[in-house]
Design a protein around this ligand. Structure first.
Ligand code: SF4
Ligand code: FES
Length: 233
């Protein structure tokens, strides 16, 4: 039977987060409506964040908690809001972060339906309510923390970094001309956030294959363009 507009609507959570048609979660995985945390009474510029919560130790289903925040009390990016919520509203909210400037890859998560770094996603540019989920297609350790053990293991197996066949000289660097160094631009910048890998359309069923594809591309480029001799390909 063709899906009606109402039928398609039923395939979305109240937050607007899309669920694939005909996709049926087991009863223990169904997402429930969680707790609501209202803004302070004196808040003037409020925004709602609907955040995925899951605690495997509780035995309860995952849920969506709603936090109403006062934008004037937080910094400009989504990570600032998450840190503010953890510090002042709900200390149990769990997520990864480290550098807070887009270079470590720790804070990758699904924001408004797209994978982003929370520390580079500007709050004012997100929807209201804003939805925050863990990265797609990965087991969830807790709340917004995905289990990346498998992906990191694949990465280690591929060894997508430069390897030499001779020991490093003890008394000097391996020099390279600026022109040869410039050939590596665009081939080494990946920070391993896994936004692309977990968002790959084939990731749900073939995560291993998509990870191999993603990490082997820059690897091939590095090995081809690198000129520091001798390089092991
Ligand atoms: S290539 Fe993928 S894993 Fe690397 S930084 Fe970009 S989105 Fe993240
Ligand atoms: S905290 Fe390091 S990339 Fe966001």
């Amino acid at each position: 039977m063709a899906a009606t507009a109402a039928g398609r609507g039923e395939n979305r959570l109240a937050s607007g987060f899309p669920i694939p048609a005909k996709f049926r979660l087991g009863p223990q995985s169904r997402i429930t409506e969680g707790q609501t945390w209202p803004a302070a009474e004196d808040a003037t510029r409020t925004k709602q964040l609907r955040i995925y919560r899951y605690n495997p130790d509780s035995g309860e289903n995952p849920g969506i908690d709603t936090y109403e925040i006062d934008l004037d009390r937080y910094g400009p990016v989504v990570l600032d809001a998450l840190i503010g919520i953890k510090n002042t509203i709900d200390p149990t909210l769990t997520f990864r972060r480290s550098c807070r400037e887009g270079v470590c890859g720790s804070c990758a998560m699904n924001i408004d339906g797209s994978n982003w770094l929370a520390c580079t996603r500007v709050l004012e540019e997100t929807r209201d309510p804003l939805t925050v989920y863990p990265l797609n297609n990965l087991p969830v350790v807790k709340d917004l923390v995905p289990d990346q053990t498998h992906l990191l293991g694949q990465h280690t197996a591929i060894k997508p970094w430069l390897r030499t066949q001779t020991p490093t000289p003890p008394d000097r660097e391996r020099l390279q001309s600026p022109e040869d160094r410039a050939k590596l631009d665009g081939l080494y910048e990946c920070i391993l956030c896994f936004c692309c890998t977990s968002g790959c359309p084939s990731g749900g069923t073939e995560t291993a294959i998509s990870a191999l594809r993603c990490t082997s591309k820059p690897t091939a480029g590095l090995w081809t363009a690198a000129t520091r001799p001798p390089v092991n390909a």
